[in-house]
Design a protein around this ligand. Structure first.
Ligand code: 6PG
Length: 253
């Protein structure tokens, strides 16, 4: 039954990175306005990495006085196991480019406290999700998962997304919402949403930019080989899957 509801991915190709940023901002605003009209709030999980930085900056520059930031609730799909001031911190990147630039109430921001022990930080974030989305303690029996209005994701060259890396234990996690995932190639933990959370979203938006992603994007979107990349397992069960990619990243599609 779930298979029938899984929408095929939509792919929008932007001429260049600037056009991708604009399309991403427009999609963010569309999702926000729809969610707020329907439920008087917009719950979004931001992605980390480099690609979204310019999107967040453009969002701040163009929507600072337009979006109802008091009705927007911001989470993170994953976080590196570093303090918030660390140069690798996804929170730091989002704070510099967006969060510090818009009138978002502090209470609407849910930062992963990645300065803590990784497993403690993951459990704390999971508890915050449970409370925010008013999930029952028996949520698993009810198959009760948080449903984000929008989750932003990126694509790594190894096919990872969020901090769901090939070969990592979190790929098999189907009961927890947030876990500390040991990433062998970085010799570090990362805190990440699990696939069930990603796949319960009303919309997942991948943002992929640059020629360096052309091969992995082709492999992920046109799977001819036997590889199953983590990003291919993002299949919203009852939601939209949208890829906004720029022409250089799309050159092999
Ligand atoms: C992170 C992200 C990660 C990222 C991809 C793509 O914490 O880094 O969650 O999944 O989206 O690695 O990163 P770039 O946008 O920098 O290519």
């Amino acid at each position: 039954m779930a298979e029938e509801r899984r929408a095929a991915p939509e792919i929008k190709i932007a001429a260049d990175n600037a056009a991708l940023n604009l399309m991403a901002v427009q999609e963010f605003c569309r999702c926000a306005e729809a969610a707020i009209a329907a439920r008087n709030r917009f719950c979004v999980a931001l992605s980390g990495g480099n690609t979204p930085r310019a999107v967040y900056s453009l969002l701040a520059a163009t929507q600072r006085n337009s979006l109802p930031w008091d009705k927007i609730y911001i989470f993170f799909g994953d976080e590196r196991h570093v303090p918030p001031e660390h140069s690798d911190s996804n929170y730091r990147m989002a704070n510099e480019s967006l969060l510090s630039q818009v009138p978002l109430p502090q209470k609407n921001l849910y930062r992963v406290r990645a300065e803590l022990d990784a497993k403690v930080a993951a459990q704390e974030y999971e508890d915050q999700l449970r409370e925010f989305f008013q999930l029952q303690d028996i949520r698993l029996q009810n198959n009760d998962w948080p449903r984000f209005d929008l989750i932003l994701l990126g694509l790594g060259n190894d096919g990872h997304t969020a901090s769901l890396f090939p070969g990592s234990l979190a790929l098999a996690e189907n009961t927890r919402m947030v876990v500390a995932n040991w990433i062998k190639k970085f010799n570090e933990y990362r805190i990440t949403f699990t696939f069930p959370v990603l796949n319960q979203a009303a919309e997942v938006l991948f943002l992929v930019s640059g020629e360096s992603k052309a091969q992995i994007l082709k492999d992920v979107l046109n799977p001819a080989g036997t590889n199953t990349y983590p990003s291919q397992r993002v299949q919203p069960e009852n939601g939209r899957l949208l890829w906004i990619v720029d022409q250089p990243a799309a050159k092999l599609l």
